[in-house]
Write a protein that binds this ligand. Structure first.
Ligand SMILES: [Zn+2]
Length: 259
């Protein structure tokens, strides 16, 4: 998750809700936990949701030899005044940068419909592997994610995986963006998306948010280093591009043995 910049001087809580679904062979068992983010002070500049015994070895990742199909539900974004075409371009550009760093193929399946399940994570009948949606702080309704988006949270993301002998294969990922936070706290509704490289234009804080959440959806978690996009706060002055630690972590996630 990530908190909006306006709260930078506020409480320094870095509580993070990690929702993990561990699927048993026969029964689907849901296990969720609220953890205090144990962001690391130093180290390689990245941290995996789950590691395989040592911090530099990912323990859960998307199959690097498969194509990950993702879809985006813009219904609630539109409701909050965000332009679908603009956010679609911003999202695709954000995903492309992360996917390039990993060397894994992510294919956009287009706009989908989804629904909040228990107010915590989206479900969709579209058959995509990874769901991106925009949610509301309400606890009710199809886009009601008040349980995870309440307060200054601008986005949240998670993965679930299937445990095999050594490594775990991620089989579901999701991102939920708080549409109201994006619409009201940024200039996303007024300024066009600028497709130039991040180094050639002003920072795009919304694209940073998208990349941060997508980083979770591929297996990264928070670090304390402000140079990395996986730092848990949005820094409006920071270029919306991957930091050296983010790049190292993503490369590792993509450079694993196939399932
Ligand atoms: Zn986060």
């Amino acid at each position: 998750m990530i908190v909006r910049p306006a709260l930078a001087g506020g409480p320094s809580a870095t509580y993070r809700r990690r929702v993990r679904l561990i699927r048993a062979a026969l029964a689907a068992t849901t296990l969720s936990a609220i953890l205090v983010a144990p962001a690391q002070a130093d180290g390689p500049g990245y941290k995996f949701f789950k590691n395989a015994g040592r911090p530099t070895k990912p323990g859960a990742y998307w199959d690097p030899c498969s194509t990950v199909r993702y879809g985006i539900d813009f219904t609630y974004a539109r409701k909050q005044g965000l332009r679908v075409v603009r956010e679609e371009r911003r999202w695709r550009s954000a995903v492309a940068e992360v996917a390039d760093a990993m060397g894994v193929r992510f294919v956009y399946e287009g706009r989908i419909r989804s629904r909040a399940s228990n107010g915590v994570q989206p479900r969709s009948s579209s058959g995509v592997d990874l769901i991106i949606t925009f949610g509301s702080e309400s606890r009710r309704g199809r886009y009601g994610y008040g349980r995870v988006l309440a307060g200054p949270v601008a986005g949240i993301a998670g993965i679930s995986w299937r445990q095999s002998t050594a490594a775990a294969r991620v089989d579901y990922g999701y991102v939920i963006i708080d549409a109201k936070e994006v619409a009201r706290k940024t200039n996303a509704t007024t300024s066009p998306f600028d497709p130039r490289p991040a180094t050639e234009r002003p920072p795009d804080v919304v694209r940073s948010l998208y990349m941060h959440e997508f980083g979770h959806a591929v297996g990264l978690t928070h670090v304390r280093d402000k140079k990395q996009l996986m730092f848990p706060r949005l820094l409006p002055q920071r270029a919306d591009t991957l930091g050296p630690g983010d790049l190292r972590g993503l490369r590792k996630l993509g450079n694993q043995r196939c399932f």
